[in-house]
Design a protein around this ligand. Structure first.
Ligand code: COA
Length: 184
């Protein structure tokens, strides 16, 4: 399968069912770091549960829906990016991401999300790409900002975590804005 260089020994590749053991080991390093900020179903323990996530994404990809990609740094799976939602009919998608702590602060996610946005907004002709994050997730909002997205609004008290309902930010970029951001 393809392997796209990101930077400094990091590559972006499809994250597939065959990576279940690697994904489970990665989740052991990432779990507590990502738990407050991502959907609960994504935070798994063990190889079988990891396989469940990979199978779910594979099935959705087969229907031209969601897709999952891993980031490998010096040969180790350290995180990834995904279309949590992708609809050719609605000409829209939603992008998500995560990293284990050791891979933060290197620009890998901004670069990888740029590749996904090129695919959705340029290659596939989607008109709109969204980014959803907890309103207090500053690192995630910073990625959306670096990608040239606009903060469109806040869904109040919609993100339940650990007994508290958090606000959720919705960021988005439209195809012409993305082309301008990329200088296309
Ligand atoms: C959200 C998350 C993926 C962002 O990771 P990140 O490393 O901050 O994002 P990037 O990969 O784009 O890297 C940007 C950082 O790398 C630095 N950087 C270094 N070299 C860089 C380069 N060449 N280009 C861009 N940034 C670079 C930037 O300065 C920035 O660091 P700073 O915020 O300390 O200034 C990560 O914090 C995470 O996994 N959080 C927990 C899970 C989560 O929140 N997921 C998102 C749910 S909505």
């Amino acid at each position: 399968m393809f392997s796209l260089p990101l930077r400094d020994g990091a590559t972006l590749r499809p994250l597939e069912l065959r990576h279940a053991e690697e994904f489970a080991a990665h989740m052991d390093r990432a779990r507590e770091h990502i738990r407050p900020w991502v959907g609960a179903a994504f935070v798994t323990t063990g190889v079988e549960a990891a396989r469940g996530t990979l199978r779910r994404y594979a099935e959705r990809q087969a229907a031209d829906g969601a897709r999952l990609f891993g980031i490998w740094l010096d040969g180790t799976l350290v995180g990834g990016v995904m279309f949590t939602d992708f609809s050719a009919a609605a000409e829209s998608c939603e992008v998500g991401c995560w990293l284990e702590p050791a891979a933060e602060g290197k620009g890998l996610i901004t670069r990888a999300c740029g590749i996904l946005l090129d695919y959705a907004l340029v290659e596939r002709g989607a008109h709109r790409a969204e980014w959803h994050c907890r309103a207090d997730n500053e690192r995630s909002a910073a990625v959306a900002k670096r990608l040239g997205m606009t903060l469109e609004g806040v869904a109040r008290e919609t993100w339940a975590y650990d007994g508290t309902r958090h606000d959720k930010q919705v960021w988005a970029v439209l195809a012409p804005e993305w082309r301008a951001h990329r200088g296309l």
